[in-house]
Design a protein around this ligand. Structure first.
Ligand SMILES: [Zn+2]
Length: 259
C-alpha cells in the first residue's frame, strides 16, 4: 500500500498574510512556515489534530514572526531561521545560512539566502515535495519591496531562484498581493498573452474570495515582470534595450513603488 500523501495547507492570516502547514501522515512531522498569527495556526492544528514539530522562519519582519513565541510555547516545535537575525528573532533553536540543509522528519529542506527585501531573508525549498516558500522575496506576479538591501542584491536573489527552482516547483509566499501585482504587470507587458490569461484567472479567483497562491515557477517565469527584467522584449518595451538586467529590474521595482 502506498504511503499517504503529504498534505500542504495554506490559510489566510492578518489582512493579507499566509500561514502554511506541511504534514506528513507517515511520521507525523508537521512544519509551519512563518507565524503571522498564532491563533490562526492553533485553529488549524486543533481541527486537523496535527502536532507541530518544526517552524521555519523566512525573515524578521513582525508580520512573519509575531505569533512565534506563543506557538512555540504551545507546541514545543523546533524553530529554524536565519543566522543573520539570531539577535532579532526570539526563540530560534537552529539558524541557517545560504545553502544549508535542514532535516525535518523525512524532509530535506534547503535554505536559499535571498536578501534584498531584508538582509536576512531565507527562501525554503523542499525538492522532494516540489515546494518552495519564498517569503517576501518572490510574490505571485511580483516581488517584495527592497527595504534593507539594494536593487542589485534583490535582482541577484531573483536570478538565484530562477536557477535553483525547477519550473514545476509550487511557490508559496508571504502575501496575497496578486491582483494588484497583475494590474501593474500589465503596464509593463500589456501584450504578453500568458500574463493576460493569468490576470483574468486571478480576477476570477479573487471574485470568489479564493487565494491565488500557490503559483509555479514556470508561471512566474512567463508572466512576472520582476523575473523578466533580462528579457529583450521587456527591455525594449521600457526603452532600455542597452541597459543591464539589474538596471531594468530597478526601473520596474521603482515604477511599482510609485504606482
Ligand atoms: Zn517582510
Amino acid at each position: 500500500m502506498a504511503a499517504s500523501a503529504v498534505e500542504i495547507h495554506q490559510f489566510g492570516c492578518l489582512s493579507d498574510n499566509f500561514g502554511v502547514l506541511i504534514h506528513d501522515p507517515g511520521t507525523g512531522t508537521t512544519i509551519a512556515v512563518d507565524v503571522p498569527d498564532d491563533q490562526a495556526y492553533q485553529r488549524v492544528l486543533d481541527e486537523t489534530g496535527w502536532q507541530l514539530s518544526h517552524i521555519l522562519i523566512t525573515h524578521h519582519h513582525w508580520d512573519h514572526v509575531q505569533g512565534l513565541g506563543k506557538l512555540k510555547t504551545a507546541t514545543d516545535a523546533r524553530v529554524i531561521g536565519p543566522e543573520r537575525s539570531r539577535n532579532k528573532i526570539t526563540g530560534l533553536d537552529q539558524t541557517v545560512e545560504d545553502d544549508d540543509d535542514v532535516l525535518a522528519g523525512p524532509f530535506e529542506i534547503k535554505a536559499i539566502a535571498t536578501p534584498g527585501h531584508t538582509l536576512d531573508q531565507i527562501s525554503w525549498y523542499i525538492p522532494s515535495l516540489k515546494f518552495a516558500h519564498t517569503g517576501d522575496t518572490l510574490f505571485s506576479l511580483g516581488c517584495g519591496r527592497v527595504f534593507e538591501g539594494d536593487m542589485e542584491m534583490m535582482w541577484a536573489s531573483l536570478v538565484k531562484l530562477k536557477h535553483r527552482l525547477p519550473g514545476g516547483t509550487a511557490i508559496y509566499c508571504g502575501h496575497e498581493y496578486t491582483a494588484a501585482n497583475a494590474r501593474f504587470a500589465l503596464t509593463i507587458e500589456p501584450d504578453n498573452p500568458d500574463l493576460q490569461a493569468r490576470a483574468s484567472a486571478v480576477d476570477a479567483l479573487r471574485a470568489k474570495g479564493e487565494p491565488t497562491l500557490p503559483t509555479t515557477m514556470a508561471a512566474e517565469m512567463a508572466t512576472n515582470p520582476f523575473l523578466r527584467a533580462d528579457q529583450p522584449s521587456v527591455k525594449a518595451a521600457l526603452g532600455m534595450a542597452d541597459k543591464s538586467d539589474a538596471d531594468v529590474f530597478a526601473e520596474i521595482r521603482t515604477r511599482k513603488d510609485n504606482a
